[in-house]
Design a protein around this ligand. Sequence first.
Ligand SMILES: Cc1cc2nc3c(=O)[nH]c(=O)nc-3n(C[C@H](O)[C@H](O)[C@H](O)COP(=O)(O)OP(=O)(O)OC[C@H]3O[C@@H](n4cnc5c(N)ncnc54)[C@H](O)[C@@H]3O)c2cc1C
Length: 409
Amino acid sequence: MIKKDVIIIGGGAAGFFAAINIAEQNPTLKVAILERGKEGLQKVKVSGGGRCNVTHAEFIPQELVLNYPRGEKELLGPFHQFMTGDTIEWFEKRGVELKIEEDGRMFPVSNSSQTIIDCFLDEAKKHHVEVLYNQSVKNIFVSPRTQSRGLNFEISTNQDEFSSEKLVIATGSNPKIWKLLEGLGHAISQPVPSLFTFNIKDERIKDIPGVVALNVEVKVLGTDLWSEGPLLITHVGMSAPAILKLSAFGAIELAERHYKFEIEINFIKQSFEDCMEQLKELKQQLAKKTVFKSTQFDLPKRLWHKLVLASSLDQDSRWADLNKQQLEDFAKQLTQAIFKVDGKSTFKEEFVTAGGLDLKEINFKTFESKLHKNLYFAGEVINVDAITGGFNFQNAWTGAFIVAKSISG
Ligand SMILES: Cc1cc2nc3c(=O)[nH]c(=O)nc-3n(C[C@H](O)[C@H](O)[C@H](O)COP(=O)(O)OP(=O)(O)OC[C@H]3O[C@@H](n4cnc5c(N)ncnc54)[C@H](O)[C@@H]3O)c2cc1C
């Protein structure tokens, strides 16, 4: 039996961040990470298209939590302990400068996730964190018989047996570990995918992949789900923030509908009535021009063409000739266009799982289990997930830092 003071299961973002901070804050503790892979930090490596979107330039906790469909309420307190600004400072102090992009996402100045990996590996070495690879955890026992000796947990892997006083679970979205945690009496919210794009077959978006409408409103019909933002037309449907936000906030509801539902898009973010008024004015102003060739409302030309043809107009229809019905048809396409979604696709290989350890069973002041003393959690293993933009990593950093403070203090 190999004895450690603290064992961390999972050498990913949360696991490394917790281990480094524990070892730094309390150098007397023997800290080990058990990682099933032959390397750790694999998601960090591929994250943000290889650039690692480390966090987001949102510095108000009350605003930051709004990006978490699951965890909004619970993360408010933790963000007051360790915020995005603390993340930036943590990396800066260790020589990793971050930069802010226009949309608020933050990346290492190097534009390479390897910078983050190198920082973690260097820090782990510097603070004598032992990182044990090819150690896939198969079983966890809470061991009352050894508690008198301060050894609360027994952990068996494919190779060895370990015992430790404190145990941190940082295994990300891993069904096998969730099963083990169920065995320890914890409840798991059923995992479903989050952050996906919508599959849509429709003449209005056919053959125009890459077209972006900069600011649209999207509703999922028959639900309260609603979002706004840029919309990208892809080869198989629609993507970009307006869609990804719906996929995250609607992760459970859309899974229940087996990803078959209807959406209504307002491409110009105006009411039908306002749009009608404007179209009537255009009818006067542009009377002799064809509707097809006079793109309006800052819409991309190719999308405008599609919406014109989807109404009861053709390429040669002139503004002056439009009757009331045609104006209404066109206004509907612009403000209330309905599309059938049938299935989903992965967003740039980035996916996050909604689901995980039930939030009611965690003390968010310490990230300790309410069921087992000295058992802690950090990262995606708990039922927290966010929209895209660096928020998922921020959850990992915040949880891991608070775990470290609780353990080392
Ligand atoms: C392609 C992609 C790109 C992403 N890009 C971004 C981004 O730019 N910004 C952002 O904020 N979020 C991003 N995310 C989400 C982000 O990567 C995760 O939220 C984050 O990695 C979660 O950290 P974690 O430490 O909880 O889990 P992970 O990083 O998944 O780490 C868990 C670790 O535990 C190990 N493990 C699991 N089971 C066992 C076991 N039984 N025994 C031992 N070890 C085990 C795994 O091998 C892994 O190394 C991205 C996700 C993907 C898939």
